[in-house]
Design a protein around this ligand. Sequence first.
Ligand SMILES: [Zn+2]
Length: 74
Amino acid sequence: MLDKIKREKVFKLKERLSREETNQFYMCRNACVRMDFEKATEYDYHCPECHEIMHMQDNTKTIAFLKEKLVTLE
Ligand SMILES: [Zn+2]
């Protein structure tokens, strides 16, 4: 049972990790939203919540965090 939960966690983390590694993410400076490149172009790089221009987010820290989590789980 526990093993199953753990395996699902690992699976989800890996999925998330590959998403982070293969996409560019854009974020509103007011932190309302975070979206991938494709979605950001849909909104013309403007936040749908507050209409501020969105900026590309450096997600190397997120990637490092996810990798670290995976190591502890596995
Ligand atoms: Zn916003």
